[in-house]
Design a protein around this ligand. Structure first.
Ligand code: 2NL
Length: 357
């Protein structure tokens, strides 16, 4: 019996894993194990022999079981030690770089402008960027011979051979959206149309795609006085100043009569723009009373209704607000340079709700 004990305790001590331990357990103290076989021999012994062998076998069984349990615990400890040795994190390592995205400045300025006009009751209207030349030109009283319709100024879509319909164009302003809106909702109406527009132009202050916001207010007795108030409110809110002088300069657009270009009082101290003070004037938009022919094209009776309209370049007013010198910079894929101009989300309402930031 001492042989048995020595054999199994040695095997247990040498076992390398739990599977080996289980095999030893079955062979030693399992139902058909060696100790069980010995127990069966007890029946053939004399009572005296049995009195010695019985307790000894039970003791052997207990001893093997506790050796198995101890070894199992030791193996688990060793496995844990090994995991702790191999699986570790250096929490002092610097973090990985995670580039942070920001809303595009053009998108943000669009939203700022939209939010300001929304407070004055203007709804947003949107429409196709590819439109017929009727919506883009004719409806706006821009005749066939007008230079804006020349190929060097406008992108014309290709027509299949034999298709003799007038060409579609990439819209050169968002005005066609306003014509479509007039047709759809009639008068009275108050809308703004922000969006991308296209002209065949490329230099420091022109890109072939740029962004515009146009506004339109039509009612029974809308006048240039209403236009002036709306624009004043807009400029004060957008440039975050308490007051500003506006200057209306007589101008000409085919779609308005009379027409005016609007300047705001400003100064250029040390190269930075200050709105509302100083002796300089800065042009920010074009405007006027909607031409009767344009109302008519939109299905609105000019004998009954009148309205004002205006248009401004979003990219341009974004450049002015943030002091960005080259329009082309907006359309580079990498906008990290913008931080150098102090561009940051502003504490003004946006369409996404709440404050932008
Ligand atoms: C400019 C000038 C302007 C309009 C746009 C407009 C639209 C309709 C009817 C009448 Cl549907 N007018 N839009 C009017 C005056 C000026 O834009 O220099 N934009 C950058």
């Amino acid at each position: 019996m001492d042989d048995l004990k020595a054999k199994y305790l040695t095997q247990i001590a040498d076992a390398g894993d739990e599977a080996a331990l289980e095999a030893i357990r079955l062979a030693a103290v399992g139902k058909k194990g060696e100790v069980a076989l010995k127990m069966r021999e007890l029946g053939r012994m004399t009572p005296e022999e049995r009195q010695v062998a019985g307790p000894a076998l039970n003791a052997l069984k207990d001893e093997i079981n506790s050796a198995l349990a101890a070894k199992k615990a030791a193996l688990a400890d060793a496995a844990l030690d090994e995991r702790l040795r191999s699986e570790w994190l250096d929490v002092t390592l610097p973090t990985r770089h995670r580039p942070a995205g920001t809303i595009h400045p053009i998108s943000q300025v669009s939203e700022e402008v939209t939010a300001i006009f929304a407070e004055m009751g203007f709804a947003v209207a949107e429409g196709p960027r590819i439109d017929t030349d009727w919506y883009n030109f004719d409806a706006l009283n821009i005749p066939g011979h007008h230079p804006a319709r020349a190929e060097m100024d406008t992108f014309y879509m290709h027509r299949a051979e034999g298709d003799n319909r007038p060409p579609h164009v990439l819209r050169t302003h968002t005005s066609p959206v306003q014509i479509r809106s007039m047709e759809k909702t009639g008068a009275p109406t108050r809308i703004i149309c922000p969006g991308g527009v296209y002209r065949a132009d490329y230099d420091q202050t022109h890109t072939p795609m740029f962004h515009q916001v146009e506004g339109l207010a039509i009612d029974k007795d809308i006048s240039m006085a209403n236009l002036k108030w709306v624009l004043e409110e807009f400029v004060k809110s957008y440039f975050e100043v308490d007051g500003v002088d506006l200057r209306f300069r007589a101008s000409h657009f085919p779609f308005t009569e009379p027409s005016a270009e609007v300047d705001i009082r400003c100064s250029w101290e040390g190269g930075t723009l200050k709105v509302g003070e100083g002796d300089d004037w800065l042009e920010i938009l074009g405007s006027g009373m909607v031409h009767p022919k344009v109302l008519q094209a939109g299905g609105i009776d000019p004998e009954e209704w009148q309205g004002f309209a205006f248009g401004m370049g979003i990219d341009r007013i974004a450049m002015l607000k943030y002091g960005i010198p080259d329009l082309r910079a907006f359309f580079d894929s990498d906008l990290r340079w913008l931080r150098h101009y102090g561009f940051a989300a502003l504490d003004v309402p946006t369409l996404h709700g709440g404050l932008s930031r």
